[in-house]
Design a protein around this ligand. Sequence first.
Ligand SMILES: Nc1ncnc2c1ncn2[C@@H]1O[C@H](COP(=O)(O)OP(=O)(O)OP(=O)(O)O)[C@@H](O)[C@H]1O
Ligand SMILES: [Mg+2]
Length: 264
Amino acid sequence: MTAVEAENLTILYEGKPALSDVTFRLDEGKTLLLLGPNGAGKTTLLKTIACFHREYRGNLLVFGRNPCDARHLIGYVPQSSSLNERVPLTALEVVAMGGLYRRGFVHFKIPEEVLKKAEEVLTFVGLGHVKDKLFRELSEGQKQRVLLARALMSDPKLLLLDEPLSALDPSARAEVTNVLSKIKSEKNVTMIITTHDINPLLEIGDLVMLINKRLIAFGKPEEVLTDGVIKSVYGPLAKVIPVGGKLYCITGDFHLHRDRGGGL
Ligand SMILES: Nc1ncnc2c1ncn2[C@@H]1O[C@H](COP(=O)(O)OP(=O)(O)OP(=O)(O)O)[C@@H](O)[C@H]1O
Ligand SMILES: [Mg+2]
């Protein structure tokens, strides 16, 4: 089955296009890596698929339905969590919250079956041992895994992750990437993951989409990640280097080096 299908999709904010004329198809069970510079429209595309943003032209179907009719099938992990860390919630309570939203009413006490499931999901992401710790006291990598667990509570068929690796150091990145890899192999979930750095995610990406206010390229990693395509978006210093049968993409912040007079 097709998980997401877009045809000539143009997404607008107050009449002005932010992302124009995007056409693609993502089959169920596949993982799509969504790459593009700041302001390219990555978050905008995720929000539109999740029905958080509704101003668009063209066609967009999620499991054959209008996105707003497919909300119950979608898990969303936002770019920066809107979680208020002043509220002293434990890791387990944060995860359990993902199982309460869909019940449509506020609970003062989290039902036992929701807590039990939250503990299972927390264990799945490798954090059973920190369930009673306060969320705000966890490391950044652990927080990201808790937020992933929260999104998994509703058993989504489509998981949308907005820059799950940003602001993480290499070891935390590896923790989160391992969990994403586990989700891919053990759960039949379709994933769309946005990122600025595609390298740590290439192992789990079946498809890559490069956007920059419009669709630049969509296809298998080796089709999209070519020198020509990458340079067209990130400039002449960007490049793709094959390392031991794998690809390594350099799309970095070159102007930073130039400003310092260093060059590359
Ligand atoms: N609520 C909004 N109202 C008006 N314009 C918006 C809104 N949100 C985003 N935009 C604009 O839409 C364009 C795409 O923004 P978006 O946040 O989707 O980019 P992005 O690829 O996620 O960038 P980043 O890598 O910085 O997260 C930008 O020009 C942005 O200014
Ligand atoms: Mg974004």
